[in-house]
Design a binder for this molecule. Structure first.
Ligand SMILES: NC(=O)c1ccc[n+]([C@@H]2O[C@H](COP(=O)([O-])OP(=O)(O)OC[C@H]3O[C@@H](n4cnc5c(N)ncnc54)[C@H](O)[C@@H]3O)[C@@H](O)[C@H]2O)c1
Length: 266
């Protein structure tokens, strides 16, 4: 059900690869709520993903940008403001990638060149996006930025490997930049820590299906779906949550607060 929560707002959505992507569902939901968005992803993802289909559906454009490349980000903001006709009200950072995980390198045998890449793509890119927007004054007053994380930032999930460190760094950047952007322009920066979700990035984690079922059995409400994540994200982009900033918000059916559940004991 649409409530026009984002009527008149303009946003940039990073990270829609295919219709399983969290960013895909969030982009659709934002438009349903009255927003206009531009879509962006890494040039390589545009070649094998389906983002053009989404752009057609949402009647918008795709602007290629590697989120680690400052020139690309500069251009992305310029083109988005030109296309949307003004400053940006919200940004979704939905980006994650680990070559060590993809190549199944053990956590105790990481290739550091790849780890640096993981941290750059999955975490420092949030700083780059925020710094580019800040220096260009591209965000409206009371704008809202959301990035997606996972509980491995706080608790140990061995199969999540170095992505745990990148999520911890991502969440720290949200707090630190949240201070500076809040003090300057009332822009808020938050993290949604999402349940395991069956997407390309999610399924890249070892034993993902078993872990998905475990989390589902542990959480009193079960795993939060990508559609539910889209609903929650819309609230953070809306004016109803204007004094929420620098937070890691757990959207996981209660999983993060659990020690044991009756379902697991069974
Ligand atoms: N799926 C899960 O279980 C889960 C749970 C919690 C948090 N998350 C987080 O949600 C976010 C989105 O992941 P998803 O699960 O929708 O998977 P996804 O694979 O659909 O999305 C990841 C996106 O990151 C993009 N990306 C990779 N390198 C990039 C770069 N250099 N520049 C720009 N974009 C780049 C990919 O092209 C892709 O679109 C990630 O941050 C992920 O860690 C996922």
């Amino acid at each position: 059900m649409a409530n026009n929560l984002l009527a008149g707002k303009k946003g940039i959505i990073f990270g829609a690869l295919d219709d399983k992507s969290l960013a895909w569902k969030i982009a659709e939901r934002c438009v349903e709520e009255g927003a206009q968005v531009t879509l962006t992803n890494a040039p390589v993802a545009l070649r094998f993903g389906k983002i053009d289909e989404l752009a057609e559906k949402l009647d918008t454009i795709v602007i290629p940008a590697d989120a680690t490349n400052l020139e690309d980000l500069n251009e992305l903001f310029d083109k988005s403001m030109e296309h949307l006709g003004g400053k940006i009200d919200f940004i979704l950072h939905s980006i994650g990638m680990s070559i060590n995980v993809r190549k199944k390198r053990e956590y105790t045998n990481l290739k550091y060149e790849w780890m640096n890449k993981t941290l750059d793509v999955s975490a420092i890119s949030l700083h780059k996006v925020l710094q580019t927007a800040y220096q260009k004054d591209a965000l409206s007053d009371w704008g809202s930025v959301v990035a997606l994380s996972f509980l491995a930032a706080q608790r140990t999930f061995p199969q999540y490997s170095e992505m745990a460190e990148s999520k911890a760094l991502l969440e720290s950047i949200a707090r630190s930049f949240g201070y500076h952007y809040g003090a300057k322009k009332n822009v808020r920066v938050n993290i949604i820590s999402q349940s395991p979700t069956k997407t390309t990035a999610g399924s890249g984690v070892a034993d993902f299906d078993r872990f998905y079922d475990y989390a589902d059995d542990m959480a009193p409400l079960g795993n939060a779906s990508s559609e539910a994540c889209a609903d929650y994200t819309v609230t953070l982009f809306s004016d109803l949550t204007r004094f929420v900033t620098m937070q890691t918000l757990f959207h996981d059916g209660g999983f993060s607060m659990m020690g044991m559940s009756a379902n697991i004991l069974k």
